[in-house]
Design a protein around this ligand. Structure first.
Ligand SMILES: NC(=O)c1ccc[n+]([C@@H]2O[C@H](COP(=O)([O-])OP(=O)(O)OC[C@H]3O[C@@H](n4cnc5c(N)ncnc54)[C@H](O)[C@@H]3O)[C@@H](O)[C@H]2O)c1
Ligand SMILES: O=C(O)C(=O)C[C@]1(C(=O)O)C=C[C@@H](O)C=C1
Length: 302
């Protein structure tokens, strides 16, 4: 059975438009209503035929929904939730796709008292933003982590999980606090490091900007992709997951200092031991099929 028949997607950027495209492709009988605060994005969404209807206000977008998915930056979740509170059908389930979860659970709970809220996070994305950047296969073969509140209705949780599985994702349930610690190290810290290294390189006086661009063939180029990610999104992620990120950053700084010492004192065995360990981690990620470069992964942009 279809988990939902009428889905409203609020925020039609990379993730919202990918969700709309995926629903169209994998759940073609589901009616999609979209909304975005930006009139330009609404016009583009209409031109791209992303939804059956693109509403001009958040309230009208949810009026007959059975699932509402908030796809806006983490810092805008509370404001959108407040906008829909008066129009949300009492039996609708509200979910979201935000990259941090504890703070979102708090703001959604406060703005929508009595509503069924089942937050989720598809661990899939790119450095691009906006409605043109989305594609239907974004979630295929990717994890979607659900962070239901204590005492959540198991049927509602399973309906949201089934919705994501129908779009090709694999699902797992987690406590929001645990999610935020795991993602702090697997997603948030890597972005912080990429922003730092690209910023450091561009500030170096003895290396010109054109040299940075010209010789960025290998590792640095990979960092520049990550460092091109959306500034609003990532500002909100770091501010909303402050504690976990600062904790992981502290550990990272200590490990970096140890590496600095090993290089200074010529401790080649320490460097070799670490690099051997990290190579094994990369290999197990590739073996588990979690690597984009895997040829049969089927995530070609549609
Ligand atoms: N980009 C990624 O890789 C990625 C991956 C997984 C989850 N996420 C999460 O998905 C969410 C959306 O990110 P994105 O990459 O799609 O960003 P995006 O910038 O591409 O799209 C966000 C959209 O939200 C709209 N918006 C902003 N405030 C709004 C409001 N108050 N009401 C209605 N619309 C509003 C913007 O106009 C924009 O079109 C974020 O919470 C982010 O943390 C992002
Ligand atoms: O592949 C990328 O470009 C991403 O940054 C995707 C990525 C990640 O860090 O893995 C970014 C943020 C998300 O919340 C989920 C996925």
């Amino acid at each position: 059975m279809l988990p939902f028949a009428r889905v409203s997607i609020l925020g039609l950027g990379l993730i919202g438009s990918s969700l709309a495209r995926a629903v169209r492709l994998y759940l073609p009988t589901v009616r999609i209503t979209g909304y975005d605060a930006s009139p330009e994005v609404r016009d583009i969404a209409r031109a791209l035929d992303l939804a059956d209807d693109v509403a001009d206000s958040a309230g009208t977008a949810v009026i007959d929904a059975d699932l509402v998915v908030l796809c806006v930056p983490v810092g805008a979740m509370g404001a959108v939730a407040a906008e829909i509170a008066g129009d949300l059908p009492s039996d609708a389930i509200v979910s979201d796709v935000g990259s941090s979860k504890t703070e979102i659970a708090r703001v959604l709970g406060a703005a929508l008292p009595g509503a069924t809220v089942i937050p989720a996070h598809p661990v899939a994305g790119t450095e691009n933003s906006g409605p043109q950047a989305g594609f239907a296969s974004l979630f295929r073969g990717r994890w979607c982590i659900l962070t239901p509140p204590d005492g959540a209705d198991p049927v509602a949780v399973e309906r949201v999980a089934e919705f994501w599985r129908r779009l090709g994702a694999m699902t797992e349930n987690m406590a929001p606090e645990h999610h935020d610690r795991v993602l702090a190290v697997t997603s948030h810290l890597p972005h912080l490091i990429a922003y730092t290294i690209v910023g450091t390189a561009s500030d170096l006086e003895e290396v010109t900007r054109s040299e940075v661009i010209k010789f960025s063939a290998g590792g640095f180029r990979d960092f520049t992709r990550i460092a091109a990610s959306d500034p609003t999104m990532w500002r909100d992620v770091f501010l909303s997951n402050r504690e976990a990120v600062l904790d992981m950053l502290q550990r990272f700084s200590e490990d970096l200092s140890a590496l600095q010492r090993a290089i200074r004192w010529g401790k080649g065995d320490e460097l070799f031991e670490l690099f051997t360990r990290t190579r094994a981690i990369r290999r197990s990620i590739v073996e588990q099929g979690q690597d984009d470069a895997k040829p049969d992964f089927g995530r070609a942009h549609d």
